[in-house]
Ligand binder design. Structure first.
Ligand code: ZN
Length: 333
């Protein structure tokens, strides 16, 4: 009987010297892809880390062992953004000697996430019409939600800027600033092979979450759509995303994501024809399925934040007015 290969150790070579490693996540999507890239002379870079959970770190170590890569040969982490499934094991890697490359804006989000108060989220939710009681019971703080998965390096070794080129061994990587999903999200372009490592910016099957949180830039969806056009202008041979398979036609997918959001913008603008509404009221109609039985509060909150992002962009475009009522609730339309 052949031993089945454990899921946790799956990986495949997607281009010469580029290994896609599938790491487990505790919830859907159930896998995050990280990429090991040979730099020549036994050195390797890694794009994103997976979570800080024990099973994910063990799966990464198993992948390294199967390719005969010593942990100390993993000299560089090219991080796309601060989320736990991308940066959650960075403290562990840094302790082993890996140099951490993360944008300054994402470094700031790490600091915020480690100190964020539940109160910020409640105030923000109420401002957008969420029916949150004065004394909510059992409201988890952001850190409660992420604690097991999020063990970030708080001091990156290097804060790459937009367009900066890193010469690492035999390769050169350009940092492409793609704000939207998060404020300081970076894609990494291998300049010789034209492989683009896109993190969550340009996923083949799902649309990444773009939301307005308590302390976000004011118009992340506008940023996200501009970032799609920025990436579509690049010459790219292969896209390596954090979720889903690698693929070739980045312009087609960028166009689909833009079209998806333009459609959602029209749906919401139509809902506001009947009169001004809070983001929560728009969410109830535009994301009605989220409110069906068995859906949790976290998903409702994510849908409201995503709705705010659409409504703020409609306001920036002048499609709908935005007003702050005497009850402290922001309404659009
Ligand atoms: Zn993310």
């Amino acid at each position: 009987m052949t031993e089945p290969v454990p899921d946790a150790a799956r990986m495949r070579e997607v281009a010469p010297g580029v290994l896609e490693v599938f790491l487990p996540l505790p919830s859907k999507p159930s896998i995050v892809n990280v990429f090991l890239i040979a730099l020549g002379g036994e050195r390797w870079a890694l794009v994103d880390t997976g979570t800080g959970r024990e099973e994910s770190r063990a799966a990464l170590d198993e992948a390294l062992a199967r390719r005969g890569i010593e942990p100390e040969a993993l000299t560089e982490l090219l991080a796309t953004h601060h989320h736990p499934d991308h940066f959650g094991a960075s403290a562990w890697l840094k302790a082993r000697g890996t140099r951490i490359h993360l944008s300054a804006l994402e470094r700031d989000r790490v600091a915020y996430a480690l100190n964020a108060s539940a109160e910020d989220m409640l105030v923000h939710g109420r401002r957008h019409g969420m029916p949150i009681p004065a004394q909510p019971t059992g409201a988890p703080s952001p850190m409660d939600l992420w604690a097991a998965s999020f063990q970030p390096a708080t001091e990156p070794d290097h804060l790459p800027e937009d367009g900066e080129v890193l010469e690492l061994g035999t390769r050169r990587f350009q940092a492409i600033w793609t704000p939207g999903h998060t404020p300081g999200h970076l894609c990494w372009l291998d300049l010789e092979s034209r492989i683009l490592f896109v993190g969550d910016h340009l996923l083949p099957k799902i649309t990444p979450h773009v939301g307005v949180f308590a302390t976000s830039p004011p118009n992340p969806l506008g940023d996200f759509l501009a970032s799609q056009e920025k990436v579509a202008a690049l010459d790219v041979a292969l896209v390596c995303p954090a979720h889903g398979g690698v693929y070739a036609d980045h312009r087609h997918r960028a166009g689909q994501l833009v079209a998806h959001h333009e459609h959602r913008l029209r749906v919401m603008a139509d809902l506001l024809q009947a009169g001004p509404k809070s983001a929560f009221e728009v969410t109830r109609q535009a994301f009605a399925w989220v409110f069906e039985d068995g859906v949790n509060r976290f998903q409702i909150g994510a849908a409201v934040m995503e709705t705010i992002a659409h409504l703020e962009l409609l306001a920036v475009r002048g499609t709908v007015p935005r007003t702050l009522g005497e009850d402290g609730v922001v309404r659009f339309g």
